[in-house]
Design a protein around this ligand. Structure first.
Ligand SMILES: Cc1cc2nc3c(=O)[nH]c(=O)nc-3n(C[C@H](O)[C@H](O)[C@H](O)COP(=O)(O)OP(=O)(O)OC[C@H]3O[C@@H](n4cnc5c(N)ncnc54)[C@H](O)[C@@H]3O)c2cc1C
Length: 380
């Protein structure tokens, strides 16, 4: 067991940190207030390999490990969790699904441009009436000659408006329940597919989230992703790995919130001394820093096991559950340490606080992580 990052990983952290501080940092509040997804940032993310982090170089990616992936997501989230969410959804959901289950032809056609950052990916599982119970998908795909016709709607889709390629889960055989759900690749501009309502969100406001409407949307047989009827099972496998990304996002967010609180506690004086000298404030910082270390270890453990090719259902759910709840606590303490200044937008504390809540909801709520972990623990 080795708890040290390699020299290459330390350099990677430094590179992504410098990029995030220099290219993202100055715009965080402007993008948040305008709910602006910075498409202009994508070529720069791609230059660093962040649009195809774990995809082999042969498919246009950076060929990095799951631990490297965590480092990248953490460093983006430390500065702007919205950008980290967009990068995680693109990499961990859309690109990962096509890379894991696509044919060689689909990988060449979709993974290569997505991993190079020429295209942005989206992934639609959630529907208005099928959230935690994603098996209750209502969107349908009906075979018609050599094509499939999709009808329905997806909600809360990251990049629903700006995505070029969206992976959509749809029912192909209702009688088969979960085993009757299949995945399809739909390209932007396909007649019948249109973006719906853009969500006006509490946090993660620079990440595009919207509805996707499918109305007699016809795609060719070569758009079926994976085997017919395997879409739901494949989506769960994608989520097993994807959750490591959300755990890393929560760790990075908590780190950013903690660093801001530490800085403020050292500089703010009350009763003639820095508030960092009060035990009540010190303990908040201590508890936050300790939680972040524990969350990071759980996250890296899940990533390390994934790199070894092991099944990580339990470990990724534990990492996601613990890290996301830790992020909410750390961000809240960050606001408390800032006092009234934590409640206004002049300091980063309030944004971390707003953004943190998504971590306990996206890619499965905390309650669903507990269900997954319980199932794993009580498995006969
Ligand atoms: C910013 C953002 C981005 C997102 N991006 C995507 C995306 O790119 N693609 C995508 O497919 N989805 C995406 N989602 C959707 C997200 O995954 C869902 O919101 C989430 O899975 C919860 O579903 P729901 O909102 O329908 O809540 P519900 O399932 O309605 O849950 C409501 C409450 O009930 C609880 N609950 C539900 N079932 C149980 C149970 N069996 N036991 C105990 N408690 C339960 C939940 O934990 C929650 O507290 C995104 C969401 C947001 C907010």
């Amino acid at each position: 067991m080795d708890f040290q990052l390699t020299e290459q990983q330390r350099l990677l952290r430094l590179a992504v940190r410098e990029f995030a501080e220099g290219e993202i940092g100055p715009h965080v509040m402007e993008w948040d207030e305008a709910q602006h997804f910075p498409g202009e940032l994508v070529p720069k993310l791609a230059e660093l390999g962040l649009m195809g982090i774990q995809i082999p170089e042969a498919y246009g990616g950076a060929g990095m490990s799951a631990i490297d992936y965590c480092i990248c997501i953490e460093e983006l989230a430390r500065i702007d969790p919205s950008i980290a969410l967009s990068v995680a959804a693109h990499n961990g959901l859309c690109v990962a699904h096509i890379y894991m289950f696509g044919t060689e032809e689909q990988k060449q056609k979709y993974v290569v441009p997505l991993a190079r950052g020429d295209k942005i990916g989206a992934w639609g599982l959630t529907e208005p009436t099928a959230g935690s119970d994603a098996g209750g998908t209502r969107t349908t795909a009906v075979q018609d000659g050599s094509s499939w016709v999709l009808n329905g709607s997806k909600t809360f889709t990251t990049h629903g408006r700006v995505g070029d390629v969206i992976v959509v889960m749809a029912v192909t055989d209702r009688a088969q329940g979960h085993r009757g759900i299949s995945a399809f690749i739909v390209e932007r501009g396909t007649p019948g597919m249109s973006p719906g309502k853009k969500e006006n969100k509490l946090g993660m406001r620079a990440s595009d989230t919207s509805e996707v409407v499918l109305q007699d949307c016809r795609v060719g047989a070569d758009h079926l992703l994976g085997k017919e009827g395997q879409g739901f099972a494949n989506a769960l496998e994608v989520l097993d790995a994807g959750r490591i990304g959300i755990a890393a996002l929560a760790v990075g967010l908590a780190q950013g919130a903690y660093e801001a609180a530490r800085r403020y506690a050292l500089q703010r004086e009350q009763f003639g001394q820095a508030i960092a000298s009060f035990q009540a404030i010190r303990w908040k910082l201590v508890d936050s820093a300790t939680c972040i270390e524990a969350a990071r270890l759980l996250t890296y453990q899940a990533a390390c096991l994934k790199d070894c090719g092991l099944r990580v259902t339990r470990e990724s759910a534990m990492a996601k559950l613990f890290s996301s709840e830790a992020a909410v606590r750390v961000a809240e303490e960050g606001v408390q340490i800032h006092g009234g200044y934590g409640f206004v937008k002049d300091y980063p504390a309030e944004k971390f606080f707003r953004d943190s809540k998504l971590c306990t909801i996206g890619e499965g709520t905390s309650e669903i992580q507990r269900l997954v972990i319980a199932r794993e623990l009580l498995r006969a």
